[in-house]
Design a binder for this molecule. Structure first.
Ligand code: C5P
Length: 400
């Protein structure tokens, strides 16, 4: 599976660098072509001679090769790679990656990489749990990188806690998994709705909701990562898609969202309706700013919005799969199941507002996936990008 794959192994200056030698050995044995890029501090922990002997290629550390003056092109490297793995990633390297501090070859290569980047952090426990490290890891995850969380255990400092780099065998398994998953949705077209809708009251005011779009955008990136062509119809959000395979169509209202969905649905194999569509729009919306006049209180008259999921459910063909979401506060399961039937969905993802650190605006979610055949699986609280993987896995395992 790894035969002929081009992998950049980035090594920064932490004691866990010794484990990267095993990882390199495993990758080369599996047939991958590996280019090691090391930071100046990384060389203090592991010698380039070992790494070049094992990879069969000169190790890159500097922008120029001193004796020949040859320029090491980070741009070419970034284009060459099918995957970049940074293991170990120290606190300093994470910070530079998160903020684009391009002062060494590893960071310039990272910034030029067009491929997926996997990051295996390693550091002492206090550094790992420091708010700045946590924030940098969150940023890097938001940018679409895959984070292989550090493990707990004894650290080089003899302290015990979270900060140990994942074992090389585990990292190797994640790399194999990445390549085996990467074409599962090849040739498939996926339509996704995300974010809130804004229903105008007048040119400066609207009715909206707290949806951040994070779940829908994570799903879009995950589908693209598995090889799908993705059309993302998005309400107003501040997040963005990481993958160039995601075509984003920005809309404002439920009516506009429905229009875009109808234009794209017939050519899609899968539709995932993740948007928090407003139930109503303003019937008596005003085309000029409503003024505060005397004591008169303006009355907003609401009118029902179209149900996009139900509309697509009515026109879907046998080979099309539709997935919906349900955000419930009470009678969660029965409400979700009746929505699944009413909207003719193949699957519904239930998230409960009763769960802390879950739902609107958060980075995490706790979901139960319910299928139309009654099968149901509850998942633990996890980052939305991981939830997206569970959802996409369920679609692939059960419907494709
Ligand atoms: O009925 P409820 O809004 O709870 O249903 C949630 C599901 O239906 C979500 O998948 C949501 O994206 C979709 N929906 C829709 N159009 C609406 C309302 C909800 O597509 N007008």
């Amino acid at each position: 599976m790894l035969k002929g794959k081009h992998i950049i192994l980035g090594i920064s200056g932490g004691i866990a660098a010794y484990k990267s030698v095993t990882l390199l050995r495993l990758l080369v044995k599996a047939g991958a072509e590996v280019q090691v890029v090391i930071t100046p501090n990384g060389k203090e922990f592991i010698t380039p001679v070992t790494l070049s002997a094992l990879s069969g290629k000169p190790v890159i550390c500097d922008f120029f090769t001193a004796n020949t003056g040859t320029w090491n092109s980070h741009v070419d490297l970034g284009l060459w790679a099918d995957l970049m793995v940074i293991a170990p990633a120290t606190a300093s390297t994470l910070a530079k990656m998160a903020h684009g501090v391009a002062d060494n070859m590893l960071i310039t290569t990272y910034l030029s990489a067009k491929c997926q980047v996997m990051i295996a952090p390693a550091m002492d426990l206090d550094m790992y749990r420091h708010p700045s490290t946590k924030h940098n890891l969150e940023l890097l995850q938001q940018y679409g990188n895959l984070i292989l969380e550090a493990e707990s255990g004894e650290l080089a400092s003899h302290l015990v806690g979270k900060g140990r780099m994942e074992e090389p065998e585990t990292i190797f398994n994640r790399i194999e998994e990445f390549f085996s998953n990467s074409n599962q949705l090849a040739g498939k077209r996926v339509l996704i709705t995300a974010g809130p809708t804004y229903e105008r009251i007048d040119p400066v005011r609207f009715i909206g909701n707290f949806s951040s779009g994070k779940m829908g955008y994570s799903l879009a990136d995950e589908c693209a990562r598995r090889g799908a062509e993705v059309v993302l119809v998005s309400g107003p959000v501040s997040v963005s898609a990481n993958s160039p395979a995601v075509k984003v169509l920005k809309v404002e209202s439920a009516k506009e969202m429905l229009e875009q969905c109808l234009l794209n649905f017939s050519t899609c194999d899968i539709a995932i309706m993740c948007a928090a569509v407003a139930d109503y729009h303003v019937k008596n919306s005003c085309d000029h700013k409503i003024k505060r006049e005397n004591d008169e209180i303006p009355q907003i008259v609401l009118e029902k919005n179209p149900d996009i999921a139900a509309t697509l459910g009515k026109i879907k063909k046998q080979d099309q799969i539709t997935v919906g979401f349900a955000l419930e506060t009470n009678n969660e399961l029965s409400n979700a199941k009746s929505k699944l039937l009413r909207k003719n969905l193949d699957m519904i993802v239930l998230n409960s507002l009763n769960d802390k650190n879950s739902g609107f605006g958060t980075d995490n979610n706790t979901v139960t996936i319910i299928q139309s055949n009654g099968e149901m699986l509850h998942y633990d609280n996890k980052p939305k990008i991981e939830v997206a993987k569970d959802i996409v896995d369920t679609i692939i395992d059960n419907y494709l």
